[in-house]
Design a protein around this ligand. Structure first.
Ligand code: GLU
Length: 720
């Protein structure tokens, strides 16, 4: 039956009201927003219930001061410097202080008092204090007729100068210039860096890493991926290295915890330090990643993981050396596989190509645009093509340096001897006075916590074999020359690795201040190899500098013309600086007819538990679940304690540990991952698939209370 006209109008009005109302609750958008954008986001319209200036306002004690960069992200949750982050962020430190006798990694750790907290070697926590646009100053040194290498060099030098001046003007602060839009905008950030960080609570592996690599990057998830650390400062309140006399740091602000957690549909936002995204790069870059780099790296990591797992069978002591390495490799490998699947699912490369064909037409339709941008895409294509052809050789050189510790150290020693002779501002960044101690410390830590000679030897052998198989014109002659025709490769390797002292921490320490001539006289085969290979690395560095000069120019133009073409203002790709992202708690449909609910529960832990790693739930936890000892932490709509949740924010690696904050500015969870379909976020964000994964604060509190008996901590964070 036809409805009377007024009823039609009425239903239309209702429909409109529903739509309008929905748009006020639907708060999910692409965007890892830099701080300067926050006031423009109209967050209150999207669901925020506090004044946005409480999140970001340099003049106020705003929430941004509660957020730290601590490897990935963490946040202060007490006025005594207590930090919550992820188990997987703390993992390396836990491994470094674990032994087979005191296996904190496997069994977890709770400091019952401040005195029991364990220093996390090399760990720092940075707080963003301020930022300022220095683009004009940086770009003032790039002159028209400069070569690309010179342009890059001039910019590098200018940045170092700006940093040095800023650190001089702000004693005790760390300055860094971040490239926001490469070739276009540069911001100077000032950080407070806290250097005495200690472990306070770490759940056992079977909770903090429940589901391991099998569940990583997946939903449904049941991982208690959280850990607690504390930042200390000198008695005068300023940042200091570990010292018994240090006192807990008092942050300007900290996050209040809401023990009631959050519910489906709620507005949430995250503050954090997302690492890298590549959304403004061209199709040719995607093709390079999709067809060349990511598949090769994923396969290579798989090979290394297998090797390390075999080595780990030897003993728990040997396994401990590999745990963190394996975790890192496996994490990236699965992420790349996820991205490759996602690129295919969305047919993203073709989408990008189509957009670029239309863009090229747009460029050609106007003589002015043509003059400015005509060759931009073609030149970018050429660069990524070149990178593709050079890849096999660069890959080997890169991985020799990255994965064979004694060679990495030898190359660093050689480079240090050369760089340290130069005036400070002309050195490669790692060798500047402000960074050199960290570099030495990092190498010492690698040797003591994750180096195992047979593993590195096997990796070296494999890379050597691959090098021998390269096309004639790509061969790494200095490496191939090493293989003596009269010797069996394995015998030669044993002799080679046994006669180097590059894994002896004391010997390495004695080399840091040597001059190039002295280094040349050292009778160590690894140093000799490093000396022979060093010019190769230098050549690559120069090629990269020239390439960066070109890419900066071309990418800046591409951003300009795409903004014009799409009629949009872009925000910069993630670059490790503090960002905000918002969304709401919601599930998603990964594929036809499948809906993923936004919360998992402890019942799911029981269902997944097999008794075998990584599904080996501690008996005490199973008992708590079976007895339903949930107390106040039950999620009323599920009648269970919820473990993890999904929400539609825009996150990437580095957002690990980001606080999930509700509309009132309270902590309701800790971000730790993305769903499988969202691994593609690094290239493109999509509301249908892009879901971040966090651990529910109710699970965190429940574990602390019922499982760990950490009443000292609960009291400190104001939970009775
Ligand atoms: N689980 C991720 C990682 O370890 C962190 C968060 C993300 O990438 O979404 O890299």
């Amino acid at each position: 039956m036809r409805k009377p006209a007024f009823r039609q109008v009425f239903s239309l009005l209702i429909a409109m009201a529903v739509i309008l109302n929905l748009t006020t609750i639907v708060a999910a958008d692409e965007g890892m927003w830099p701080l300067s954008e926050i006031p423009k986001l109209n967050l209150q319209e999207k669901g925020l219930r506090i004044d946005p200036s409480l999140i970001y306002d340099p003049a106020k004690r705003s929430l941004l001061y509660a957020v730290v960069q601590i490897g990935a992200t963490g946040s202060f949750i007490s006025e005594e410097g207590l930090i919550i982050t992820n188990h997987h962020v703390a993992f390396g430190s836990v491994q470094a202080v674990s032994t087979p006798e005191r296996d904190y990694l496997k069994n977890g750790f709770l400091a019952k008092s401040r005195a029991e907290e364990i220093p996390a070697p090399g760990r720092t926590a940075r707080i963003t204090e301020s930022f300022q646009d220095v683009s004009a100053e940086v770009l003032s040194v790039a002159k028209k007729n400069m070569s690309y290498v010179d342009r890059t060099r001039a910019i590098e030098k200018k940045i170092k100068k700006i940093v040095a001046e800023a650190e001089k003007a702000n004693p005790g602060k760390r300055a860094e210039v971040a490239e926001m839009f490469p070739g276009k905008t540069y911001w100077l950030f000032l950080y407070t860096v806290l250097r005495d960080i200690r472990l306070v609570y770490v759940p056992p592996l079977a909770i903090g890493n429940f589901g391991g690599e099998e569940d990583n990057w997946m939903w449904p998830r049941h991982t208690g991926d959280f850990a607690l650390m504390r930042a200390y400062v000198g008695p005068d309140g300023s940042p200091a290295e570990y010292n018994e006399k240090n006192v807990p740091f008092k942050p300007k602000t900290y996050l209040k915890i809401n023990p009631l957690g959050t519910e489906k549909g709620d507005f949430v936002f995250l503050l954090g330090y997302p690492g890298r995204t590549y959304r403004h790069l061209p199709a040719s870059y995607i093709a390079y990643e999709q067809n060349i780099r990511m598949p090769a790296v994923a396969d290579w990591y798989e090979w290394q993981i297998k090797l390390m797992e075999e080595m780990s069978q030897t003993s728990r002591e040997v396994a401990l050396k590999h745990d963190s390495r394996i975790k890192g490799l496996a994490n990236t490998m699965k992420n790349y596989r996820g991205k490759l699947a996602g690129l295919k699912r969305l047919n993203y490369l073709e989408q990008k190509r189509q957009e670029e064909r239309a863009l090229q037409e747009f460029i050609q339709a106007d003589p002015k645009r043509q003059a400015a941008y005509d060759q931009v895409l073609a030149r970018l294509d050429k660069i990524y093509d070149d990178m593709g052809s050079e890849f096999p050789r660069i890959f080997i050189l890169d991985n020799l340096r990255r994965s064979v510790t004694p060679l990495q150290i030898a190359l660093t020693v050689v480079e240090a001897s050369i760089e340290r002779q130069k005036p400070d501002l002309e050195r490669n960044a790692a060798y500047m006075d402000r960074n050199f101690n960290r570099l030495k410390q990092r190498i010492g830590l690698t040797l003591s916590s994750s180096f195992y000679l047979p593993t590195d030897m096997a990796i070296f052998k494999e890379l050597m074999k691959r090098s021998l198989a390269l096309d004639e014109n790509q061969r790494i002659k200095e490496l191939n020359r090493l293989v003596m025709p009269d010797k069996n490769l394995d015998d030669w390797l044993v002799e080679f690795f046994n006669s180097t002292k590059m894994a002896d921490p004391e010997f390495v320490k004695s080399l840091w201040d040597k001059k190039p001539d002295e280094i040349k006289k050292i009778e160590d085969p690894m140093i000799k190899l490093a000396l022979a290979l060093y010019p190769e690395y230098k050549k690559i560095e120069e090629t990269n500098r020239a390439r960066k000069g070109q890419l900066d120019e071309l990418q800046a133009k591409l951003v300009d013309v795409r903004q014009e073409f799409l009629g949009q203002q872009f925000i910069p790709d993630a670059n490790g600086t503090l960002r905000l992202t918002y969304g709401r708690v919601e599930g998603y449909e990964p594929r036809d007819a499948v809906y993923y609910k936004p919360f998992t529960t402890v019942q799911g832990i029981v269902e997944k538990t097999t008794g075998q790693e990584p599904f080996n739930t501690p008996a005490a936890l199973l008992q708590l679940i079976n007895q339903r000892k949930f107390g106040r932490y039950v999620n009323p709509s599920l009648d269970q304690v919820s473990v993890c949740l999904l929400y539609s924010t825009d996150t990437t690696g580095g957002n690990s540990g980001s606080p999930i904050i509700n509309a009132r500015g309270e902590l309701v969870g800790v971000n730790f991952d993305r769903a499988w379909e969202a691994t593609i976020n690094d290239f493109t964000w999509n509301h249908r698939f892009s879901r971040s994964i966090g651990v529910d604060i109710r699970y965190v509190l429940w574990i602390l209370k019922e499982f760990a008996g950490a009443n000292n901590i609960l009291e400190e964070i104001g939970i009775k």
